[in-house]
Ligand binder design. Structure first.
Ligand SMILES: [Mg+2]
Length: 231
């Protein structure tokens, strides 16, 4: 377990080095501290920490800063008729925190499907603000989600219900795409959009697999402490 935590920490910190988010010396120090601790955190403690972070306002604080920085980056973009920004859905456009909390921050397939069918997700407010900002700038919007095609209609309606009323399309995953990793699937869909004439100026998502690969433009990483999609 300790080795796995150390490896994950290493990968995470390596990404920060690549993105020049932290100086190398500080990253090495953090890695040594995390890597040397080979005992896992108690699961109840971890759940409490996540809950406190989300419910104390600290999560919103972090997210608001990211959205502010994203707006500044998009200010420098020349918006054209075919400029499009790609938004992920879960934990990006839509907020499923209450669902996660209701299952003790686990994942229960049946409860997840019921939640989606009942269109219970509110918007993640700062992301909705970014959506409005980009629309006012003249960007087209496309939603690209790992949700499967049978959930297309409820996802579409949920987006409309919480205020995402104007977008070019919603892309859900088809059966023949289930074998692809999340990054392969999303990246291939972006390549199709480019082939169809879109200019992707930005990609917004809560997983690195939403953002990496080809044709992503400005990458906006929404924080998510509820789960991690490895690829
Ligand atoms: Mg997501």
């Amino acid at each position: 377990m300790g080795r796995k935590v150390g490896a994950s920490a290493f990968i995470f910190l390596w990404k920060l080095i690549m993105k020049r988010k932290l100086p190398l010396s500080l990253i090495i120090l953090i890695y040594l501290i995390i890597g040397c601790n080979d005992k896992p955190m108690n699961l109840s403690t971890a759940r409490k920490q996540v809950k406190d972070y989300y419910e104390s306002g600290k999560y919103d604080e972090e997210l608001n800063l990211i959205i502010k920085k994203a707006k500044e980056e998009f200010e420098n973009v020349d918006f054209k008729e075919n400029s499009v920004v790609i938004f992920d859905v879960d934990e990006t456009a839509l907020n499923n925190y209450e669902l996660a909390k209701s299952t003790g921050f686990g994942y229960v397939y049946k409860i997840n499907k019921e939640w989606n069918a009942e269109m219970k997700s509110p918007a993640l407010a700062p992301v909705k603000e970014l959506y409005d900002f980009l629309q006012n700038k003249g960007a087209r919007i496309i939603f690209l989600t790992g949700r499967n095609f049978p959930e297309y209609e409820v996802t579409y309606k949920n987006l409309i219900k919480v205020g995402y009323t104007n977008f070019d399309t919603l892309i859900t995953q088809r059966e023949q795409e289930y074998r692809l990793s999340s990054q392969e699937y999303k990246s291939s869909k972006r390549a199709e959009l480019v082939k169809n004439g879109y200019d992707i100026i930005g990609t917004i998502g809560d997983q690195w697999s939403d953002l990496e690969g080809q044709f992503h433009g400005i990458q906006v990483k929404i924080p998510n402490y509820l789960y991690l999609i490895e690829n």
